[in-house]
Design a protein around this ligand. Structure first.
Ligand code: TYD
Ligand code: MG
Length: 452
């Protein structure tokens, strides 16, 4: 018998080694290198009766390439369509990653159930009955969705050849295995092999494939890191499992922008699209409370009004506590230092807690001004009027810096009925709105005047 050839792969980043070692030299993770059997890669064609119909692609002049045909499928889910850049591109491979239990299977099943196109939902995780039960929770109406529980890619392709679906969903890539590779399902070589087969299938038949991939914190299951290079689009489904909101982001998108964001709400009957997130991210309250400020942020091209809550209290311990949820803690420390040095607030002996409502994380620097306003409001125990909102970045010398696309933020503030929006004096814009007052600030001290 021929000697079985093996190689060592890092299960985190997919690097290959000739011998075992404790730490991966490329991603620096410990204990992630595992021995796997290697096979000759000659037979990884997705079709059972291959080679006879093999097409050889020829170079075409760019203006000869035909793009008149509809190249995208509408998924009848506005949030998902927008994140993909206007629908699912034919022949593309899309990876949906996320922590276990966040709702990946629910999202894709829900989309599959809504479609008029013939959809094949392949699950290696749940039985057909379990999927039916889930489907009944989501959308009991009949649809054109077929369910297959299978993990071997060759069998899946056999079913695909007879069923000829227009869209294929695979839940999940970690459960698939191909007979051409001997290592167990979920290992790097299996994931590589199965993905290669799926890519070939998708490109040859122009069928889009949606793949679910698990991400584990310790990275023991082959993280979809290596997959990310192979697929066309990488989507991330994130959110706090204890919160109802889920966010869909594109990390990589060959057919659209990666700035777009989709927001869903997890309900008893599946995920609901949230088309106007600003309304739900601002909590309802009776009367005005101190420590609340509303930021006019942008996620992608979509304006988003977000409520910032701060609590400033006297420190009990020698070292004051600072904690931030949904906001960068280092940035919070920086803003506190600016307030202390430039505006004379003695926050050094105060605990400061900051929370962005809705369990979402914000990167837009325009949120700074609202963070500062919330902190000052809590510190002075003076409530800000609930129809004020803020959009500005705070610099190290306490200056309020301009932010991009201010007009869009002002328009959103007007649309949602805010009376005043605070922006940087240095922001250039054509103020044509009448419903909202634009208050210009040049430094933090200007803001203090409005809080006292
Ligand atoms: P699931 O899609 O199984 O997560 P994943 O595939 O990412 O592991 O969703 C799991 C959670 O979603 C589970 O905790 C229950 C919740 N859920 C609802 O709240 N409502 C529903 O209608 C469904 C189907 C699930
Ligand atoms: Mg699942």
């Amino acid at each position: 018998m021929a000697k079985v050839k093996t190689t060592f792969y890092c299960q985190n980043c997919g690097s290959q080694y000739a011998k075992w070692q404790g730490q991966c030299t490329s991603c620096k993770e410990w204990n992630t290198i595992v021995e796997e059997v290697v096979q000759k890669p000659e037979k990884n064609d997705w079709k059972s009766q291959s080679n006879s119909t093999k097409r050889i692609s020829k170079p075409l002049r760019i203006n000869e390439i035909d793009t008149t045909q509809e190249t995208r499928y509408n998924l009848y889910d506005e949030e998902f369509n927008r994140v993909l850049g206007g629908g699912l591109v034919k022949g593309s491979l899309t990876l949906l990653g996320g922590e276990p239990g966040i709702g990946k299977s629910t999202l894709l099943l829900q989309i599959a159930l809504k479609l008029n196109y013939k959809t094949l939902y392949v699950s290696g995780e749940e039985s057909q009955k379990q999927i039916k039960m889930r489907a009944e929770r989501i959308n009991p109406a009949t649809s054109n969705c077929y369910i297959l529980t299978e993990t071997k890619t060759q069998n899946i392709f056999k079913q695909i050849e007879s069923l000829k679906p227009e869209i294929v969903v695979i839940d999940s890539i970690q459960t698939l295995h191909s007979e051409y590779v001997e290592s167990s399902a979920g290992s790097i070589s299996q994931i590589k092999e199965c993905t290669t087969e799926l890519i070939k299938f998708a490109k040859e038949t122009a069928t889009p494939v949606l793949l679910i991939g698990h991400i584990t914190k310790d990275g023991h299951i082959a993280g979809p890191k290596i997959l990310e290079h192979m697929v066309d689009t990488v989507l991330q489904f994130e959110g706090d499992r204890n919160h109802v909101f889920r966010i869909l982001r594109a990390h990589k998108n060959r057919f659209g922008s990666t700035n777009e964001l989709g927001i869903y709400e997890m309900q008893g009957s599946g995920l609901r699209e949230v088309s106007n997130p600003s309304e739900i991210l601002i909590s309802e309250k009776d009367g005005e409370l101190s420590g609340h400020a509303i930021a006019a942020t942008l996620e992608g091209i979509r304006p988003l009004m977000i409520e910032v809550q701060a609590l400033v209290s006297t420190a009990v311990y020698g070292t004051p506590q600072r904690s931030a949820t949904g906001f960068n803690a280092k940035r919070l420390n920086m803003l506190l230092a600016v307030l202390e040095k430039r505006a004379g607030f003695r926050l050094g002996a105060k605990d400061v807690f900051l929370n962005i409502t809705g369990g979402i994380t914000v990167d837009d620097p325009a949120i700074d001004l609202a963070v500062v306003a919330a902190i000052l409001s809590s510190n002075e125990d003076i409530a800000l009027p609930s129809d004020y909102c803020f959009a500005g970045e705070v610099g190290l010398s306490g200056e309020i810096r301009p932010v991009q696309r201010i007009e869009q933020r002002i328009l959103e503030a007007e649309k949602l009925g805010f009376s005043t929006i605070f922006v940087s004096k240095y922001n250039k814009f054509n103020h044509t709105t009448t419903g909202v007052k634009v208050q210009l600030l040049s430094k933090i001290e200007d803001l203090v005047l409005f809080i006292n």
